[in-house]
Design a protein around this ligand. Structure first.
Ligand code: PLP
Length: 407
């Protein structure tokens, strides 16, 4: 067998299962979000409405952010010119990290190329430095955290999603003197639910465990200053490491962690994914800083986004669509089969100019394929009305509900 054939067969397996990924090619329209130009198969293009964006607050088109990014290019040029250690650390890194430490009321912060790299780098380094700790990991944790746990040696105990009793059972079974880390998220983006952070922190106190919290889908969007669910629930001081991204509600890109100065300094000194890579460029840093600072005081984007999300979720309920009911702004709509999910999203795009990406295995378990809908601050109530009308008709026409109830 030639090498090429081997790869083709691997890809054709995905196609047979209906979970081959096709990317929609878009140009987002700055000033006109959530609209984008969609580039179709035969050289055609047309406007579509995006319903699966993580730019929850429309910060990707925020004037303050755009101005900061343009000015940074003119002042400092395109790239950082090196790794953080070798000539890449900018004054903007220092300013941004101070702003993040302040956001989470922590002593220090560290930025990474992305949220993925932050999770992989921080978790694997904490695990290595603690020398074979036991890690207690929520079963629905993001791939980047799982990667971090796998790339360092540790004993891994998986607790059922958001299940405090199961977590306690596992903590209780572990040797009392072992180092323990509890790794979890606040908002689970594929379920739309929120972790019982306080109860998890109570267990961490009881069993002397270290807490690592991914707030990627919450920073910017929750809490009076955008500090996430831990800020909203006044739990910031009970979490050892809070991890976040600039790529979602902050509308730019990059990742970060915040925590005690000694821990952040250790990760800065040992994390390979932090050390051996070129630093974030000035324009990105300036955009992130402007976005974080803006959302510390401006409530209007958060208010509109949450109002739109509640409005959409209520309309889904009224239309009896099989939504997973969580507390967060995300509304996952169950379809239950990869092929049906793809058929529906194709029809939405082709006939209704509505863009939703189907979510398949391994992102979610087989049989729970879904559309993950996000009403952002850039959508209008009218956009939402149109979406729900189209969806409820489609669900009826394609008997999706029979399928869902048989799952
Ligand atoms: C998107 C995501 C990440 C990765 O963040 P990026 O900045 O996109 O790399 C990490 N954790 C969770 C839960 C995510 O959804």
């Amino acid at each position: 067998m030639t090498y090429e054939r081997y790869f083709e067969e691997k890809v054709s397996d995905l196609k047979t299962e209906g979970r081959y990924r096709t990317f929609a090619t878009l140009s987002r329209q700055c000033g006109n979000l959530p609209k984008a130009t969609y580039y179709g198969e035969n050289g055609t293009s047309r406007d579509v409405t995006i319903w699966c964006s993580n730019d929850y607050l429309g910060m990707g088109q925020n004037e303050t952010v755009l101005k900061a990014m343009k000015e940074a290019i003119d002042k400092f040029g395109a790239g950082a010119g090196g790794t953080r250690n070798i000539s890449g650390t900018q004054k903007l890194h220092k300013d941004l990290e101070e702003s993040l430490a302040d956001l989470h009321k922590k002593e220090a912060a560290l930025t990474f190329s992305s949220g993925y790299v932050a999770n992989e780098g921080a978790l694997s380094t904490i695990i290595r430095l603690l020398n074979n700790p036991i890690v207690f990991s929520d079963e629905l944790n993001h791939a980047s955290m799982i990667h971090g746990m796998k790339s360092a040696k540790c004993e891994k105990k998986i607790f059922r999603h958001n299940d405090i009793e199961h977590l306690e059972e596992l903590l209780n079974e572990a040797p009392a003197n072992a180092f323990k880390i509890i790794a979890f998220e606040s908002v689970y983006s594929m379920e739309g639910d929120i972790a019982p952070i306080k109860e998890i922190c109570d267990l961490a106190d009881k069993y002397n465990a270290f807490t690592y919290l991914d707030e990627v889908h919450a920073v910017g969007l929750y809490g009076p200053r955008g500090g996430g669910i831990a800020e909203r629930d006044d739990l910031l001081d009970r979490i050892d490491i809070i991890e976040g991204t600039f790529g979602k509600a902050y509308g730019v890109m990059g990742g970060f962690i915040t925590g005690k100065a000694s821990i952040i300094d250790a990760i800065r000194s040992y994390a390979s994914g932090f050390i051996f890579t070129t630093a974030l460029p000035p324009a990105v840093l300036a955009g992130c800083l402007a976005s974080v600072e803006h959302l510390k005081t401006s409530e209007s984007e958060r208010d509109i986004a949450h109002e739109n999300a509640s409005y959409m979720k209520q309309k889904m309920k009224d239309a009896e669509l099989p939504m997973l009911e969580g507390e967060s702004h995300i509304a996952p709509l169950i379809v239950g089969s990869a092929t049906c999910c793809k058929t529906l999203t194709d029809i939405l795009l082709k006939e209704h100019n509505i863009y939703v990406q189907p979510i398949n295995y391994p992102t979610v378990p087989r049989g729970t394929e879904r559309m993950r809908l996000t009403a952002t601050a850039a959508h209008t109530k009218k956009d939402i009305d149109i979406l729900i009308d189209v969806l409820s008709n489609l669900y009826k026409q394609h008997s999706v509900l029979d399928q869902v109830s048989s799952v």
